[in-house]
Write a protein that binds this ligand. Sequence first.
Ligand code: UD1
Ligand code: MG
Length: 453
Amino acid sequence: MSVSVIVLAAGKGTRMNSELPKVLHKVLGKSLLSHALETLSFSDNKLVVVGHGADLVIDSLPPSIKNILQKDQLGTGHAVSTVINSEVFKKSKSEFTLVVPGDVPGIKDGDIELLINEVKTISAPVGFLTALVEDPFGYGRIVKNNEEIKIVEEKDCSDDERAINEINSGIYCFKTEFLIENIDNLNTQNAQGEFYLTDLIGIANNQKQDIVIVQVDEDSIKGINSMSQLNEVEDIMQKKLIEGFMEQGVYFQDPTSTYIDADVTISSGTKVLANTHLTGSTSIDENCTIGPNAQINDSSIGKNSKVVNSVVDQSTIHENGNIGPFAHIRPGSELGEGVKVGSFAETKKSKIGKGSKVPHLAYVGDAELGENVNFSAGAITVNYDGKEKHKTDIKDGAFIGSDVMLVAPVTIGEESMIGAGSVITKDVPSKALGIERNNQKNVEGYVDRKKKK
Ligand code: UD1
Ligand code: MG
């Protein structure tokens, strides 16, 4: 599509009352700005206006996206003027220019496409998206009187205008020529003393030009200017995301207590139980039971697995995995097919082979466990000597008894057994018994003798 795109992301977001630049606040795990950029992925000609917190905002951008600095933030009109007058824009401009605010994360690609098509079809100098809303507070109102069309900001509204419930989305498609000719004719005679981009609508109207207005669903153009709006929009987007999964055959026990980030994937037949948080780039395969109280981040869970009351972070669980209750799967864990990690067990940077079990009260860190290893209650890998981490290597079929300390670096051979309570500091050969503890002593009659004293 021959359309240049300008994304406005220089504002401070004063109403957020936060140090973080507004467009970097997150909804469903992704910044407001990345949501907007994702919707605009049809265009490879995007310019982002940065200003407040510019370094942070630039760092968050993919390297392919160019930015332009608006040193002082004198309003949305000034932001667009800064772009229009820049060399980068002049070199790359197209016939049409789309302007999108960076604080509207729920925009639908379909709405933008509709707007561009309408503007192109009648070759209008400008078109924009609006919505009819119940509570228009804070938005620019669309004022239509006879032949007149203009946008009036909340703070500039008369009482009658304030009652209008058609609002400006802040999303416009301009003929680039119209923008170039008029963007520097804005003034600051308004309640906020800013250059308002919205005044271009009044200007087009005064020139008796065609103005395209496309009304869309309120939810897709909600802007975020405060923490409470952030929460409101996140709620709406979360609901839609979960409804989408439901349509694909995923069961949710309690959507109101479930949080799922935008990039998570879940396959059909999976049950997501109450209080579950799935974040980052997590993927859940089919027929899993996740939750209640599961927290899974940047991880992949194979089909038919169970994760109950547990935390999984940056790890891979292959099919038929059985995690929890109360397990902590820390970064870099890879659990093979049918692996069980149960109550109060923790794994970190470890590979655990098919069919192995760490059923309770254990720590497996910097280790490689082969297939069908049994790692009993209270056993741990002693991976840290106070300075460095060392590796524990446990071969197929080994049986690690209860309360065993495997002091790394150490290798436990295939099908060997380690006696309960042993502190193992030397390698154990295959099929051997490794045991390290004093012989038991029974003192006969001790209890009665003690009572007599
Ligand atoms: C703006 C519109 C309003 C519309 C609403 C939709 C104006 C004057 N008003 O109001 O009609 O209903 O969006 O959400 O345009 N920005 C800059 N540089 C600046 C000022 C702002 O880049 O100097 C950026 C902000 O970072 C933000 C976007 O522009 O991403 C919109 O600015 P904001 O202050 O949120 O405008 P609203 O008051 O929401
Ligand atoms: Mg806004």
